[in-house]
Ligand binder design. Structure first.
Ligand SMILES: [Zn+2]
Length: 335
């Protein structure tokens, strides 16, 4: 449905329109104004940020890596969401304009996406970027959008993608998220590793993998957007092969502006949720890892799980749901 045909997409719902900076506000400034306005006019969002501010936080030191655990009860709807195809088909999509809260406003981004404030934020300035139409979540064909968003937001913001079977709570509606990159522990880990890792240039893209971070990360850097898009396509094809995936292979991707180009962090995944998520009673652990968790902000909505997440438990969770260094090395060898 074209945007103009939608009954609720009127002046009230659209906070601002962004078609490139020209002489106007940068996208980051526009988003900051959206957030400030929405905190004033949308009580549920204010509650979401109050919930974030009062979340318990603990730092986990895994030796070579450090992450944060955030106990955020407001994330229960997302962490505990039933993402089975049948359940998804039978619920009202919360990213479609007609189902959104009346108070929720959007920046219309380049005529194709609505930039929204995430009502259950994990980060200060946590945005959801939903396609204006209800089309499936998919990375292939949309990497260019991630690059453009990262460029428009500038280097302080990471744009991230959760695959339909690896953390997206709306696998049926194409969307990205955005949050401050500097608040993601993976940034410091990468800064420490840069220069120590052997970098290869493949197809005009610099590629390396991290070492000893508990979860394997493939890092792409370059100024040639088309080459990056092609390389991500190749990586997805190799991952499909390696994991015998019949649909999009399981990945989380972070994209951030890097110099005059981009840096992409690709976290190949083995499964979405650990077995303990599906356990009964005391053994149940509610963690549902997506990009944020891979980037080092692990979310659990329940306090009893928060206290169980020691370095050993986190390390075993990463081992269970993500590629390790050896698997990423194998992936790299096939590129
Ligand atoms: Zn939808």
């Amino acid at each position: 449905m074209a945007l103009s045909q939608h009954p609720k997409v009127d002046g009230k719902m659209i906070f601002a329109v962004y078609n490139g900076q020209d002489d106007g506000l940068s996208l980051a400034e526009m988003a900051a104004r959206l957030l400030a306005g929405q905190k004033e006019g949308w009580p549920a969002l204010r509650d979401g940020y109050a919930g974030l501010e009062s979340s318990l936080i603990q730092e986990i030191d895994g030796g070579n890596w450090k992450i944060q655990i955030q106990c955020n009860p407001r994330r229960m709807a997302s962490s505990g969401a039933d993402v089975h195809p049948e359940a998804i088909k039978n619920r009202r999509c919360f990213l479609c304009p007609e189902n959104r809260p009346v108070e929720q406003q959007a920046i219309l981004y380049r005529g194709a996406y609505h930039i929204l404030c995430n009502p259950a934020p994990i980060f200060p300035r946590h945005l959801t970027i939903a396609h204006i139409r209800h089309i499936p979540q998919s990375l292939g064909g949309n990497v260019e959008t991630m690059l453009l968003l990262a460029e428009d937001f500038g280097p302080a913001t990471a744009v991230f993608y959760n695959g339909p079977r690896s953390g997206a709570s709306a696998p049926d509606h194409l969307h990205f998220q955005a949050a401050p990159y500097g608040l993601m522990p993976i940034k410091n880990e990468l800064d420490r590793q840069t220069g120590k890792c052997t970098q290869r240039i493949i197809g005009n893209v610099a590629i390396f993998r991290t070492e000893g971070l508990g979860r394997g990360v493939l890092v792409l850097r370059g100024n040639d957007g088309e080459a990056i898009v092609a390389m991500v396509g190749k990586i997805l094809a190799v991952l499909s092969d390696m994991t015998a995936a019949t649909q999009e292979p399981l990945v989380n991707v972070l994209c951030v502006r890097f110099g005059c180009g981009w840096q992409l962090l690709i976290f190949p995944r083995l499964k979405h949720r650990p077995d303990a998520f599906f356990s009964e009673g005391e053994r149940r652990l509610i963690v549902s890892p997506g990009s944020a968790d891979m980037a080092g902000v692990m979310i659990t909505p329940r306090q009893k799980d928060f206290h169980r997440l020691t370095a050993d438990v986190v390390a075993s969770l990463y081992r269970e749901v993500a590629f390790d260094d050896i698997m990423v090395e194998k992936l790299l060898a096939k590129l």
